[in-house]
Ligand binder design. Structure first.
Ligand code: FAD
Length: 598
C-alpha cells in the first residue's frame, strides 16, 4: 500500500507568500477565495484525495476497465462512488462560471486541489479532467443554445466530456484526418469515422457522455484548414433536454495498455452519429486548441502529481529500509544497519525530486494565476500580458513537468531497489502511469517544437522578452541582498544561457529550420530550468522574509526551503550550460547519417 499526504502547507506558502495570490482579489472569483476559504477548500480536497481516491489507485491498476459485448464499459470497483463524491462536493464546477452552475472560483484554486487528487489517483481524475476541457471549449465557442444545453450538466458532473482527435493513421498530424460530417439540412450533421485512444470514451460513471469530435465537412479543404469540431452525445437529448435515444456512436474496444488501467482508452466508432457544429465550419482546430491548452496544463500537472506521490513513498521507504552504514559513521548504532536515507546517493535522488516538486508546484500555480488574469482581468493590457505568458509557459509546463514526472517516478522506484520493481510497493504503477503524460496532448517533442517554432516568435517575441525582463529585473532588484546572492547569481547565469540560446536560434534557425528542430527539446528544458530557478529564487526570498518576521513557529519549514533552494542552484541549475552547448552544436551531425545507416 502506498502512502499520500497532500502538501497543503506548501501550496499555501506558494500562493500566499510567494505568488501574492491575495493581490488578485480585484478579479472575479478571487475575492470569494479569501485566505480562510482557500485553506478550507484545500483541506476538503485533500481529504477526498487521501481518503477516497488514493485507496482506489491500486484497485484501478489491478482491475482495469472491462468492455462488455454490448459495448458498455465497467470501471474498477469504487470508481463510480468516488466520482459521485467528487460530483456531490461540487468539485467539477469549482472554477466554472456561476451562470452554468459553477462556483466561479479561480482556476488557480482548481489547479491546487487537482494536484492532490491526481497524485492520489491519476486514472480516476482523467474522467473529470477531460470534462474540464469540454466545458472550456463549449464556453468559448458554443452558441447560447449549446451553452444552455450542455454546460449545466457537464459542470454538475452529471455528464462527462471527451476529446476525439486521434485516428489510426492520424496522430500528431491532424491534417490527415478522415472522419467526415454530412449536413442534414436542419443544422445537425451525420458524423462517421473511427477514432482511437479516446480517454473516457465509454464508462459507467455518468448519465451521458458528450464527445467533442474533429471531422471534415463534406467538400471541405484538405489539411488542417478543412477540420471542424462537433458535439456528439452518446445519448441524444429528448424534447426536455434529458438523455434519451442512443446515438450511433459506440465503443468498439478498449486498449490494453502500460498504465492508467482505471481509465478506459477506447476505440470509438461513429456511424452517421448525430452531432452539431461547435464554433465555425473549418475552424475546428482553433476550437480544439481551447480544449487542448487547458488539457496541456492539466497534463503538466499530472507529471508533478506523480513526481510528488512517488517522492513521498521513496522518502518513507528510505527512512525505514536498513542497509549499510553511513560513510561518516553509524547513525543508528543500536540497529544492524543504518536507514538508507543516510547515504549521499539516496539523498541526491530525494533532494532532486523534492527540489523539482516544490518549484514545479510554484510554476504550475504561477501559470494558473496568469491564466486567471488572462480570462478575468478588466484591463485589456493585463489580459494580453497574462495571455502571452500562458501561451509561452504552456508547452514548458506540459513538456518539462511530464518528462521530469516520469524521470522522478523512476528515481523513486530506484530508491526501493528490487522492491520497487515488483508490484507490491506500488512504485511500478507510478512509473507506468507517469509515462503516458509525456505522450498524449501533443507528445513532448511537439511541445518543444511549439515553443521554439511558434511561441518564441509570436508577436515579434513579445512574450519571451517580457519573461526575460521580469527575471532579469528580479535579479537586479535583489542584487544587493547578500543572503539572496547564491540564488540570484545562479539564476542570472541560467538566464544568460537561455538568452544566448534564444539568440543562437534567431541567428541560425531561420535559414536552416533543422537547427530549430534539433535544438527544441534542449531549449524547452533550458527554459524549464530557468523558470523553475526563478520560482526557487522567489521562494528563497519569501522564506527569508518569513524567517526575519519570526516565522510563527514554522522556522524549520522556511529553513528547509532555503536549503532546497541552494540544492537546486548548486546541482540542477548548472545543467543550463550543457543544454546551451547542445543547442549551439546545431543539426549537422544529428542529421548527417543517411536513414540506411541506422
Ligand atoms: C492512453 C492514451 C490516451 C489518449 N487519449 C486521447 C484522447 O482522449 N483523445 C485523443 O484524441 N487522443 C488521445 N490519445 C492519442 C495521443 O494524443 C496520441 O497518441 C499522440 O498525439 C501522438 O500521436 P501518435 O500516437 O499517432 O504518434 P505520431 O504522431 O505517429 O508520432 C510518433 C512520434 O513522432 C514524433 N513526431 C510526429 N510528428 C513530428 C514532427 N512533425 N516533428 C517532430 N516529431 C514528430 C512524435 O513526437 C512522436 O514521438 C491518447 C493516447 C494514449 C496512448
Amino acid at each position: 500500500m502506498t502512502i499520500y499526504r497532500a502538501p497543503i502547507q506548501d501550496t499555501l506558502f506558494v500562493l500566499n507568500d510567494v505568488l501574492g495570490y491575495q493581490r488578485y482579489s480585484n478579479l472575479p472569483g478571487f475575492s470569494d477565495a479569501t485566505p480562510d476559504v482557500l485553506e478550507a477548500i484545500l483541506a476538503e480536497g485533500a481529504k477526498l484525495a487521501e481518503n477516497v481516491m488514493h485507496p482506489l489507485n491500486r484497485v484501478g491498476d489491478m482491475e482495469g476497465c472491462v468492455r462488455h459485448g454490448d459495448g458498455s464499459v465497467t470501471t474498477p470497483k469504487g470508481f463510480r462512488e468516488a466520482f459521485d463524491q467528487y460530483r456531490e462536493g461540487g468539485w467539477m464546477g469549482l472554477a466554472a462560471p456561476a451562470e452554468f452552475g459553477g462556483q466561479g472560483l479561480p482556476y488557480t484554486v482548481h489547479t491546487a486541489v487537482s494536484e492532490y487528487m491526481v497524485s492520489a489517483n491519476m486514472a480516476l481524475m482523467m474522467y473529470p479532467g477531460l470534462t474540464q476541457g469540454a466545458i472550456a471549449a463549449i464556453i468559448t465557442h458554443g452558441t447560447d443554445e449549446q451553452r444552455a444545453t450542455w454546460l449545466p450538466k457537464l459542470v454538475e458532473g452529471a455528464w462527462t466530456g471527451t476529446m476525439n482527435l486521434t485516428e489510426p493513421h492520424c496522430g500528431t498530424d491532424l491534417g490527415l484526418l478522415r472522419s467526415k460530417a454530412v449536413p442534414n439540412g436542419d443544422g445537425t450533421y451525420r458524423i462517421s469515422g473511427q477514432k482511437i485512444f479516446i480517454s473516457a470514451g465509454e464508462h459507467d460513471m455518468s448519465d451521458n457522455i458528450v464527445h467533442l469530435v474533429l471531422a471534415r465537412i463534406e467538400g471541405a479543404p484538405e489539411g488542417v484548414k478543412g477540420i471542424s469540431l462537433f458535439i456528439v452525445p452518446k445519448l441524444k437529448l429528448d424534447a426536455s433536454g434529458n438523455p434519451g435515444q442512443r446515438n450511433t456512436v459506440s465503443c468498439g474496444s478498449i486498449e490494453e495498455k502500460m498504465g492508467i488501467h482505471g481509465n478506459s482508452t477506447c476505440v470509438m466508432n461513429y456511424d452517421e452519429a448525430e452531432g452539431t457544429l461547435l464554433g465555425e465550419a473549418n475552424g475546428g482546430l482553433k476550437a480544439m486548441f481551447t480544449m487542448m491548452n487547458e488539457a496541456r496544463l492539466g497534463v503538466g500537472l499530472q507529471g508533478l502529481s506523480l513526481s510528488e506521490i512517488a517522492y513521498q513513498n521513496a522518502v518513507s521507504y528510505a527512512k525505514d529500509r536498513l542497509q549499510g552504514r553511513s560513510l561518516s559513521g553509524a547513525k543508528a548504532p543500536d540497529k544492524k544497519a543504518d536507514p538508507i536515507i543516510v547515504h549521499p546517493d539516496i539523498r541526491r535522488s530525494l533532494m532532486t525530486m523534492k527540489a523539482f516538486n516544490e518549484a514545479g508546484r510554484a510554476l504550475a500555480l504561477w501559470t494558473a494565476i496568469k491564466s486567471d488574469v488572462a480570462h478575468r482581468a478588466g484591463d485589456d493590457k493585463d489580459r494580453q500580458a497574462a495571455d502571452d505568458y500562458t501561451g509561452l509557459l504552456t508547452p514548458v509546463v506540459k513538456g518539462v513537468l511530464t518528462d521530469k514526472g516520469f524521470d522522478h517516478a523512476v528515481m523513486a522506484q530506484q530508491v526501493f531497489g528490487g522492491h520497487g520493481y515488483i508490484e507490491e510497493h506500488g512504485m511500478s504503477q507510478f512509473v507506468r502511469d507517469a509515462r503516458i503524460a509525456m505522450i498524449y496532448e501533443g507528445a513532448n517533442g511537439i511541445q518543444a517544437l511549439d515553443l521554439v517554432g511558434r511561441k518564441l516568435a509570436q508577436n515579434g517575441g513579445r512574450a519571451v522578452q517580457a519573461f526575460f525582463k521580469e527575471v532579469a529585473e528580479f535579479c537586479e532588484e535583489n542584487r544587493a541582498d547578500e543572503k539572496l546572492a547564491p540564488f540570484t547569481k545562479a539564476l542570472k547565469k541560467g538566464l544568460n544561457d537561455l538568452q544566448a540560446a534564444t539568440m543562437w536560434l534567431v541567428q541560425n534557425a531561420m535559414a536552416k529550420p533543422d537547427n530549430a528542430g534539433a535544438a527544441s527539446t534542449d531549449y524547452m528544458h533550458l527554459f524549464g530550468l530557468v523558470a523553475l530557478g526563478y520560482m526557487w529564487a522567489q521562494m528563497a526570498r519569501a522564506a527569508g522574509v518569513k524567517l526575519a518576521e519570526g516565522a510563527n513557529g514554522a522556522a524549520s519549514f522556511y529553513d528547509n526551503k532555503l536549503v532546497t533552494a541552494r540544492f537546486f542552484m548548486e546541482r540542477i541549475m548548472p545543467e543550463t550550460a550543457t543544454r546551451l552547448a547542445r543547442i549551439s552544436s546545431g543539426a549537422d551531425t544529428l542529421m548527417a547519417l543517411p536513414a540506411e545507416a541506422f
